[in-house]
Structures are given as structure tokens and as C-alpha cells.
Write a protein of this length. Sequence first.
Length: 583
Amino acid sequence: MIFGSLFLTASNFFLVWIPVFLRRTVDEISKVDLENSPEAFDSILGVLFSSSASWPLAKNALFLVGAVLLSGILLFATRQTLIVASRKIEFDLRNDIFDKLLELPQRFYSNYSSGEVYVRATEDVSKVREYFGPAYMYTINTLTRMGFIITMMIIVSPELTMWALLPLPFLSAFAYWVSGYINDYSRIIQEQYSTIAGRAKESFSSVRLIKAYNREEYEQQRFEDESESYRKKKLRLDLVESLFHPTLNLLIGLSVVIVVWKAGQLVIEGQLTVGNILEYIVYVAYLTWPVASLGYTVNRFQQSMASWKRIDKILTEDVDIEDHAETDRDIDSIDGTIEFRNVSFKYPGADEYALKDVSFKVEAGQNAAIVGRTGSGKTTLVELVPRLFDATEGKILIDGQDIKSIPVRLLRENIGLVPQDTFLFSDTIGENIGFGTRGASQNEIEEAAEKAKVRDNILEFEKKFETILGERGITLSGGQKQRTAIARALIRDPKIIILDDSLSAVDTKTEEAILQHLRNELEGRTTLMISHRISTIKDADIIYYIEDGTIVEEGTHNELLENEGRYSVMYNKQLIEQELAEI
């Protein structure tokens, strides 16, 4: 950035000498005796190298060419430094934002839509780059060029300079008024663009549902309404910008008229030469772009600042879940004992607690199941283990250590999570299975698929494990997606595995086959299994029944049936439903 500024300053320094050499050339030509040197009319070179013009004209011509070449070369060097630097800044900033987004807690994504996050990481970054690139370059250009040109103009004629620069105060006042308007509307337009991007992403992600419910026209109308709002706001800003540039040209053209009028008077009075008129006109022309770019620079600066404020909210967002001073770096392994001590939790912004005073302990290698009605807090409970959220009150311990003292990366490396909402990337099936581990071999991928009872289904595809999945795994059925997610968790060989209702999309026969394989795989691992089907969890070492965020029953399957409590009611109800289904 420093070198680019120096190159641009030097380029403008040589640029302002071009009108000087033009003025000298015109003045030298005006001295030529045209009556005695008719050959001067033959060509421009004839004028330059005629015996009358002699060496001064040739020297001015050489200086003129030299000034043009040096100014051009230095301008090229300017762009190769400033613009390249701005691209590198854009590269770093985009990566910084992406890294920060991966670190931010789930709370952040509850407050911001995916469309808004996307725009901040793309469109806003591009606008910030324009500040460090074109806007910065034009600012330096304006300051240095105007400084050099006005200095040269004052040296020639302070009086004429005052007249030539007369329209500039009006231009500055106009630019100041426009900049405030542009700033406000740039922010409003970016926010509206975020809304449009979010609407589009949501529609594309749920396109099957939209088609199934025949809601294409409704979604199209919603998108058109948002687009119409964006169009009106953008056109209002474009109207101001379209008035801005012609006004600039009008004021600059007025300067040229003033120069010709006033300089003509001074030439008549003998204070200036004809060459000075040309010199001043060129100076005013050279001021045209710096003054015009003032509008561009103000515009880009205001848009960049509006975008930067939006980006800064991401970069300065608190990362609640991270390593800190109390993190014990000596912990390098996990056995898998999980203990909740009087844990309560409520989601950010919520009034009610999702979990209330939960206490239990699962020994390393034990298989624990969590059941309860929908909305009872089962998923919330298991999401606290890998610290997707932190408990509001109480403590969670792993191997007797406060979970907050264990390095976050180590904790999550030892946990295999199969969430209720199965997510698969738009990549190959093999890459999706190997996602959780680095450098997984083909044999390891296939072995994990076999354990999850999805290998045979994958081999039926034409490209087998190289089959590209659609967005969110749309190519696969619900059951296949869940089994692929289970394979993705198993390949990590975790100490703790969490299965959050991960077999709900398969039939009972397939479920039993998968469980048979999983029993061997889960042996020696601490398992937290959530399921609505009691048939899935009846063989667990310990079962917890949760209701309204509180554990109300615990024990083995037989013990809970003997208690004839809520678990027993749920079990008998499912037996009746199964019998009715069979009938």
C-alpha cells in the first residue's frame, strides 16, 4: 500500500509537467516566422524541427514524451501494487470471516438467517475490498494530483487559479450532501439484499415441499415482492448517483468556460501567453477525473463503511464456547464417563428452561437411553455434551473433569454425533462418510458403511461410493441418509457416540438388523441413544425418561415396566399401536 501510494504520487508529479511542455511548445511555435518558413506547414515534425523552431521545440517534444511514459509506467506500477494488495486483503478477510463463522456458537445462527450470513461473507467483503483498492487509490490520486496541479496553476497565475477553482466549493457541498444519503441507502439496500438471498436459499432448499403443496406461485410472488422492494430502493439510490455525475461535469465545464474567458482577458492585457490558455485548459481537464472520482470515492467509501459495520458484527461476536485460561492442556485423552450435576439450560432469548435440575451419571462404556415425548428436552440434553451449547446452570463432567476445562477440539474429536436432522453435503457418498476423519481409506469407508447397514444400498448405485449426492443428500431416501450419518460417526472410532433418534426413518426389521451390528460396535463406547421407539432402546444398560426438561424415571427396561410409571404407559401404548398395525 505504501509503495503503491508512492508510485501514484510520482505518476502525478510527472503528469503535471505535460501541460508545461505543451505550453512551451505552443509558445515556441507562435514565435516561428511562418512567412519565411512555409515548410512548417508540411507536417507537425516540420514545425518541431524547422530551422526556426530549432532545438527548443525538439527538446520540449522529448521532455513531453518522457513525462507521458514515466507517468504511464508509474500508473501501471500503482495498479500492480494497490489493486493486488486489495485482492489479498479480500482473500484474508473472507477466510477470517469463514473461520470465525465456524467458531461461533449455535446462538449466533439462531439470531441471523443463513442468507444474511452469506451476504456478509461475500457481497460485503467485496465492497470492503473496493475501499482498500479503487477507493483508496482514487483518494491518493485526488489528493496528490490536485495538490500538484493547483500548485502549478498558482505559480503561473494566482488570479486565474482563483477563477478556475471557483466552482469547487459548490462541488464539495454537493458531495457532502450526497454522501450522507448514499450511506443510509447503501445500508438499507444491503439488508434488503440479505432478505432476498435468504428467501431464495429457503425456497431452493424446500423445493420438494413447495412442489408437493403446489405453492410455486405463492413462493414466486413472495420473492417478487422482496425483489420489487429491492428494485425501488436501488433505483432511488441510482437516481441520486445519476444526478451526481452530470452535476460534476457541469461544474467542471463551467471551470473551462471561466478559464477561457478570464485567460483571454489576461492574454489581451499581456499578462499571459496563448500557451498559458492551453496549459490551464489541460490542468482543468486533469482535474476532471479527480473531482469526478470524488463522487465515486465517496460512494464506495460510504458503501464500504456500511458493509464493514455488518462484517465487524461477525468478527467481534463473542465466541462463548472456546478454550480459555482454565482449559487443562494436559488432558490428552477421554475415557467417556459422563455426569450431569444439577444442570439447567434455557435457550438464548427464551424465558422458559428447556432442562431443569438434571442429574445423572453414565459410566465409560455404558449404553444409556433417553426417552420421552416430543419437546421434552432429549435433544437439548445430548447437545450439551459436545458443547454445542453450554449449560446455563450446574456442571457437566467428563471423566470427573468439568467439561469446560477439556480442550474443545479434544472433546469433539472423541464424540460421534448422529443428529436428529441428518445433514449430508453435496459431495460423494464416500466423502460424506469420511467427513469426520482425515485421510480415511476406501476400506475404512466401506467398513463403516457395512456396520451401518448401508453398504449394499450404495453398491447398487452406478458409481457406488463415488455417487454425487444432491443438496442435503436429496439423492438418498430418509433411511439411507440416516444410515450414512451413522457410518460417518462410526468411522471416527469415538469414545462417546450420540444417536439422536437416528433410526426413525427405517422400518423395524431394518432397525433390528442395524442394531445387531451396532451392539458389537458400541461395546466399550459410552453411548447416549435417543429414540421414540422403546424397541430401539430396551436393551440399554440404563434408561432415563425425561418430561418437561426433568428426568422423572430411570432404570433398566424391566425395572421401569415394574414401576408402572410413564415409561410403562408409553411401552404399552406402542405395543397396542404395533398390534393394530399388524392387524
